[in-house]
Each structure stands twice: as structure tokens, then as C-alpha cells.
Design a protein around this ligand. Structure first.
Ligand code: NAD
Length: 736
């Protein structure tokens, strides 16, 4: 029999090698068709008396990324459609639907012939759950092998037996840690956790897997053997009595109760370990069905998987412009940002000419990459040769001659209009016709900068975030005259360096910084009201933000806030900034020299390591302090999230952001906006625009006009719209 996604070849020893290799895809994923074929392969190998056992591996460089999340997404639509027809029966139907994979893997596990999973590369989610159902697991020791159950990162959890099998193989603490964080394991770590049996050289993978069968591997899972004992003895042991009472508290500390899927993992393991294996699977299936009905799961899958992937694949790229090849990228300004941009560009295999005012400064910029390479080699993430090859791609230079054959130039010189003007003119004097000029400015509108250019159609903003090698987002900003070719080149470049782009129209602060400064300014208001700084910072974390607003302000620098405030006052006039904010920041910077982390003193004090930073006690003397019991933490949380979401809504209303996916993904990747919400606009859609408008009206009455819902929101509330229906990103493709 032939299959579309698998090949099956049985050798002289009667071992069937099943190779998973989906046509036309770079990564294997579980789809309904793949499950049907795997089901058929199980039947066929069981029926074939010549087959003694099965080795399953992948024909691609990675093993598999797990379930196709669009399939999971379709379960949401299935549930909503069914609920409309038959509210009582809908949940039961979803329960059966989500059980498909669980049942298939259990069938494999109990088929009577031994199966070995030969893990040749990244093995994630459902694919690792399938491997766990195999009787043997061999992993290659290649550095590319990463093993994980990362579902919790997109709001769901391992629902195809993962919670039950991992907790019956590894000790409970390691199992919970792996699944509630979704973190990746190396092959060695997976072996140490008892999750794989052998780790071998890549070329020994298939022979070792086959050898397990030849050595008489029993086709029975440990939990199906008589007398099976859970590692550590299960729930009712003295050790568990130490562990389990602390587990929910530890989880709450990490997630603030915002992630239903993480809590469900705990319940699955705790309840599942007290019952027979098949009952454990039913428990898992039940919780998975529950989690699938949550707004968090829906919004997280949409933003953190579907939208992120679509934007990464160039959803906003103008069609009709040929794909760009980057033979050389020029970077002008080898300072903090330019040096980092050079590194990520070279890491993508693109030759870079790195230019500064003199060779010494440019060479210093390259030294940044040398440091990062040294670190990566030291940690085993890069080989010596790879590191040397990366560094060989960066050529430091003074003067612009090296740009004569560049197809893209990224400018990262001082944030000063005159300096940038001089650089634009000097670069354009040598840059070939048709090449694109991108500015990394963080505050200067692109349209204004483009006035210095003779080719404004080829001028664009490409705004990076620091630290560049870690931050996944890049904001692409269109000036009034930016043309399609420049957009395409910018997006091709962002894709080449493996970052996710959002495309926004020109405005002061663009999208991300507009939102970020709202967050920080709301904290200023709270300080001025006398809310204790520690409450502001903690409430922010409870709301799901990765960093408190005061801590964030220290990171971006308090004097940068001062510059932003002064620029607003200069450009937009007196009323544009609250005088109390001006007084607070002037006092911090001018009087107290508290500029943030960079000078070791800001809203926090930064003592020498290993001591940790702590809030600066002097803040208490700025304003009369409220007593903690007089502050409503729920309202603090609402204010911090609502002020950001409201600003995001304004950017949509002003036509700055035109696609809700970009607002959502940009907010999560750019500044970690409470990921469980799915991002700024999903936060509003998730609670319903009507509810959000009511919340804003309540906050406006208590805290000021800045919370007043906008005309767009009021109209959407009246019409029952959501951002994803009113600004439907798929409208065009549907109409086509
Ligand atoms: P920086 O001061 O560290 O680096 C600027 C570099 O430009 C210096 O090395 C300087 O020698 C060089 N330079 C100045 N004039 C030049 C000229 N005429 N020709 C060639 N080189 C010249 O500054 P930075 O923090 O890297 O910021 C650079 C740009 O990136 C700014 O526009 C800034 O707004 C933007 N940006 C900064 C951040 C951040 O977090 N620092 C984030 C996003 C964007």
C-alpha cells in the first residue's frame, strides 16, 4: 500500500521502516490525513505476519513540529458551530473529536508489535506524544535535536496522552516543569529524565532503533505491565506530600492564574496518577475539552501561532515584486544598535559592510559580534567553524565606497535629524539605483526623514528592538511615499533574519512605542496618586506583563522618557504632556540623576551583582502614600492593560495599524503584552467591545479623559463588531 505522507520499507529482518515525509512541506505535522494514514499503517503492519516490529522516523531534517494548529483552530469553529445548533451536545462532540489522537496513539501502543521512534531532529508536541506511545525511543545526539511539549505556549496542553505518559516515566517535578513551561530538552536531558532510551550518533540512529527490536523489545508499555509503579511511588507518598502542596503556589507565582492550560496540566497529572492509565487518558481528554472552550486558548493560538506564522511568511508583502536576494547589506552606524543588526544579518548568511565615522568605531562595532560568537561557541550553540564563517561576513569600513553593490542599507546613526540627513545624502551618492534605504530611527517620523532622500519611494523604516539578537519583532514603517518594492525588500530582509515583521504607517512613536509609553505613563499617574511603587510593579505582573512599567522605564532609560516628553512638548505644544509627568521625570533626571539601569539608579537601585535590584525607597517621599488596603489591585491591573489596549485601538482608528494580527503579534513580541490575552486587540475582542467600552467609561470617570472610549470603539460596541470582523484580515483572500 502507498501513502501520501509516509513510506514503508520492510527489511530482511522483518523490521518496517516508516518514514514520515510530507510532500511540499518543510516540516511534518499531524493533520487528519496523517492520522488516517498512521492508523492504516498500524493496521497493515499488524496484519502483515512478515513484520516483526516498526521503526518510525522522519525524512526531513526535523522529526515533526507536532499537531497542525490550524486543525486545532478548526476545533474552535466546530465547537462554536455545534453550540449554535445543539448547545447540550456540542461539548460532547468536541470531547470525541479531541480524543482522536489519544485513541490513535493508544492503538499504536497496544497493537501487539514493538514500535521504536527514531528521533532525528526537532520533535515537538503531538509528535513527541506519539513517540511516547512507542515502546522504544532513540534520539540522535545532533545539536539540532530538541524535544518539547510546548503546547502551553499557545494556550493548550499536551492532550494526546502527554500528561499521562510523561508523568509515568519522569519524576513528577521534572514532568510538571517540562509541560507547564513548554521548554525544550536536549536529547541527553530527555534521556536523563527517562523520556528516551538511547542517545546515539546521527548515523547510528536507524541501526540502533532496529537493534532494540532485534534485542526483543517488548510491545508493552510499562503502565500496561502488572505491578507498574509510578516513579517516586505516585501521589500518596511522603515525598509527594512535600511536593504537591507547593505546586499550585509555584504555578501561581509563574502564571498569576492567567493560564488555564497550565493549571489543567497540574490537574491532569495529579488526578491521572491516582487512577489506571486509560482513566488518566479520559481525565486528560476532559480537561483538554474544557481548555479548548477558553478565550485564552482561542486567542493565543490565533495570535501566537496562526498570525505569527502568517506574518512571518509575508502576509503583508506586496505580490508581484520578485523575491530579494541579499548579496550585501550595508549598515551605517556601528553603535549599540548597528553592531547588533550586523550580527543578526551575518547570522543569516548575508555579507555585511559595517560603516562608522572611522575604522576604529566600525571595528569596535564588529567586536560586538565577536563577543556574541564567543559566547555561543562557549555554550555549544555554535561550532568554531560556524562562528568564524559568521564573523568573516562582517567587513568594518569607514566611508561609503563599500555600498556600491549593496541592495539594502540600514541606517543606525545618532537620533539626530541633521546627522541622519547628512548620512542619507552621502549614502545615496553611491548606492545603486533601486537599492533600498532603511532607517532604524525610533522616534523620527519616516516621512520627514524621507524628505532628505532623492528616492523617497525606496525609503522605509525598519525598527529593531533591543537586544536585537533576542527580540523577535521588527516594525516596518511606511513613509507617505514608500513604494511596494521597498516594502517587499524590507519584508524579505526581516524574513531572512528570521524575525516577525509588522507593517505600520508613519506616526510619532510608531505602534510599539506608542503603546509602551502609555503603559509607562499610567504608572507615572499611579505614582502621583500615591499608589506604592511595589503595588504598581506587582499588579503589572499579576496582569500578565513580563516587566513592571517602572522597571521597563529603567531599561529604556528615564532620560529617554525625558527626551520623548520634551520632543512632544516642542512639536505638539504645551498641553500635549501632563505637567505632573514633566515634573516627575525632570526631578528624576535633572535633580537626582536617576537615569535608569544604565547609570545604576532609576526607579530601582542596581547594586553590584550578585545582589538584586530593588525599588528605590526614596520614591515613597515624592507623593503622600496610599495605604495598600486602600488600593484596588484589580483596578490597577485593568488600568495598565486597558490604557495600552486603548492606544492600540487608536492606532487602528488612525489607520496606523491596518491589520489586527499586527497589533496583537506586535504587542506580544514587542513588549510582552499579557500573552494569555492574545494581544492588545484580542484583549478587547476577548471580553467583547461592549464590555471594554464600559470598562473604559468607568476608568474615565475615576481617572480621567485619557480612558474615554474612542468613536470607533463606541460604534463597534453599538454594532456588535469585533476587530477581527470589522478589520477582517482575510477579507480579500475570501473575496478572491
Ligand atoms: P549609538 O550612539 O550607540 O550609535 C550610533 C552610532 O552611529 C555611533 O557608533 C556613531 O559613531 C555612529 N555615527 C554617528 N554619526 C555617523 C555618521 N555620520 N556616519 C557613520 N556613523 C555615524 O546609538 P544607538 O542606540 O545604536 O541608536 C542608533 C539608532 O537606532 C537611533 O536612530 C536610535 O533611535 C535607534 N534605535 C535605538 C534603540 C535602542 O534601544 N538604543 C532601539 C531602536 C532604535
Amino acid at each position: 500500500m502507498t501513502y501520501k505522507n509516509f513510506t514503508v520499507a520492510t527489511d530482511a529482518d522483518g523490521i518496517a521502516l516508516v518514514t514520515w515525509d510530507m510532500p511540499g512541506k518543510s516540516m511534518n505535522v499531524f493533520t487528519t490525513e496523517v492520522m488516517d494514514e498512521l492508523d492504516a499503517i498500524i493496521d497493515a503492519t499488524v496484519a502483515d505476519a512478515a513484520v516483526k516490529g516498526v521503526v518510525i522516523t522522519s525524512g526531513k531534517s526535523s522529526f515533526s513540529g507536532g499537531a497542525d494548529l490550524t486543525m486545532i483552530q478548526s476545533m474552535f469553529s466546530f465547537y462554536h458551530d455545534e453550540k449554535a445548533k445543539d448547545p447540550a451536545g456540542a461539548v460532547e462532540k468536541v470531547f470525541h473529536l479531541v480524543g482522536r489522537m489519544t485513541g490513535l496513539f493508544r492503538k499504536l501502543e497496544t497493537c501487539g508489535k514493538p514500535w521504536v521512534s527514531a528521533i532525528n531532529g526537532t520533535c515537538m508536541g503531538g509528535a513527541f506524544e506519539m513517540s511516547l506511545a512507542c515502546h522504544g525511543r532513540v534520539a540522535s545526539n545532533a545539536r539540532s535535536v530538541k524535544i518539547a511539549l510546548p503546547e502551553v505556549k499557545v494556550g493548550i496542553f499536551p492532550g494526546a496522552g502527554g500528561t499521562q505518559r510523561v508523568s509515568r516515566l519522569a519524576n513528577a517535578q521534572d514532568a510538571l516543569q517540562m509541560m507547564t513551561t513548554g521548554s525544550s530538552l536536549t536529547a541527553q536531558r530527555a534521556k536523563a529524565m527517562n523520556l528516551v532510551h538511547q542517545v546515539v550518533e546521527p548515523d547510528q540512529l536507524i541501526p540502533a532503533a532496529k537493534q532494540m527490536i532485534k534485542d526483543g523489545l517488548k510491545p508493552v508499555a510499562p503502565w500496561d505491565e502488572k505491578g507498574f509503579k509510578v516513579p517516586g511511588g505516585g501521589i500518596w507518598t511522603p515525598a509527594s506530600a512535600q511536593l504537591w502542596p507547593a505546586v499550585p503556589a509555584m504555578l501561581r507565582k509563574e502564571t498569576a492564574g492567567n493560564y488555564p492550560a497550565a493549571l489543567a496540566i497540574l490537574k491532569c497529572v495529579y488526578e491521572g496518577l491516582q487512577v489506571p492509565f486509560d482513566t488518566g487518558l479520559r481525565i486528560e481528554q476532559r480537561y483538554f475539552t474544557q481548555v479548548l472552550q477558553t478565550t485564552e486558548a482561542f486567542s493565543m493560538i490565533r495570535s501566537l501561532f496562526i498570525s505569527m506564522q502568517e506574518l512571518g511568511k509575508g502576509a503583508r508583502r506586496p505580490s508581484g515584486v520578485p523575491k530579494s536576494e541579499f548579496k550585501k547589506v550595508g549598515i551605517v552606524g556601528a553603535g549599540f544598535m548597528g553592531a547588533s543588526i550586523a550580527y543578526v544579518t551575518a547570522a543569516a548568511g548575508i555579507p555585511v559592510v559595517l560603516i562608522d565615522r572611522d575604522l576604529e568605531a566600525a571595528t569596535k562595532g564588529k567586536a560586538h559580534s565577536e563577543g556574541l560568537v564567543k559566547e555561543a561557541v562557549g555554550k555549544g550553540r555554535m561550532s568554531q567553524d560556524e562562528g568564524a564563517a559568521l564573523l568573516a561576513l562582517i567587513t568594518p569600513e569607514a566611508g561609503y565606497e563599500g555600498l556600491r553593490d549593496a541592495s539594502l542599507v540600514i541606517e543606525a546613526v545618532f537620533e539626530d535629524r541633521d546627522v541622519k540627513k547628512a548620512v542619507i545624502e552621502a549614502v545615496e551618492a553611491v548606492l545603486p539605483e533601486g537599492a533600498v534605504f532603511a532607517s532604524n530611527t525610533s522616534t523620527l517620523p519616516i516621512t520627514g526623514l524621507a524628505r532628505n532622500s532623492k528616492r523617497p519611494g525606496d525609503f522605509i523604516g525598519v525598527h529593531f528592538f533591543s537586544p536585537v539578537h533576542k527580540m523577535m519583532l521588527t516594525e516596518v514603517i511606511l513613509g507617505k511615499e514608500t513604494g511596494d518594492k521597498a516594502i517587499a525588500v524590507a519584508l524579505d530582509y526581516v524574513a531572512a533574519i528570521k524575525k516577525t515583521p509588522i507593517v505600520v504607517n508613519d506616526t510619532r512613536g510608531f505602534y510599539v512605542n506608542r503603546c509602551v509609553f502609555r503603559y509607562i505613563h499610567e504608572a507615572y499617574d499611579m505614582l502621583i496618586e500615591g499608589v506604592p511603587a511595589a503595588m504598581i510593579e506587582n499588579a503589572a505582573k499579576m496582569a500578565g506583563m513580563p516587566v513592571g512599567p517602572l522597571s521597563l522605564n529603567d531599561e529604556v532609560a528615564v532620560d529617554l522618557s525625558q527626551r520623548v516628553i520634551r520632543a512632544s512638548l516642542a512639536d505638539l505644544g504645551e498641553g500635549s504632556v501632563d505637567p505632573k509627568h514633566v515634573a516627575l521625570i525632570d526631578k528624576m533626571v535633572d535633580e537626582l540623576d536617576r537615569r535608569g539601569r544604565k547609570n545604576g539608579r532609576g526607579f530601582y537601585d542596581y547594586p553590584a551583582k550578585p545582589a538584586k535590584k530593588s525599588l528605590w525607597p526614596g520614591l515613597k517621599d515624592f507623593y503622600p502614600q496610599k495605604r495598600a488596603e486602600d488600593v484596588d489591585v484589580t483596578v490597577i491591573k485593568q488600568r495598565l492593560l486597558a490604557t495600552i489596549a486603548l492606544e492600540a485601538a487608536r492606532t487602528v482608528e488612525e489607520g496606523i495599524v491596518t491589520d489586527p494580527r499586527e497589533a496583537d503579534v506586535g504587542s506580544i513580541l514587542g513588549f510582552g503584552f499579557a500573552p494569555y490575552t492574545g494581544g492588545t486587540l484580542s484583549y478587547i475582542d476577548g471580553m467583547g467591545v461592549k464590555t471594554f467600552v464600559a470598562l473604559c467609561e468607568k476608568l474615565a470617570a475615576a481617572y480621567g479623559e485619557r480612558f474615554k472610549p474612542t468613536a470607533l470603539l463606541l460604534d463597534m460596541a453599538a454594532k456588535g463588531d469585533t476587530f477581527y470582523t470589522r478589520f477582517n484580515p482575510y477579507k480579500e483572500s475570501k473575496a478572491a
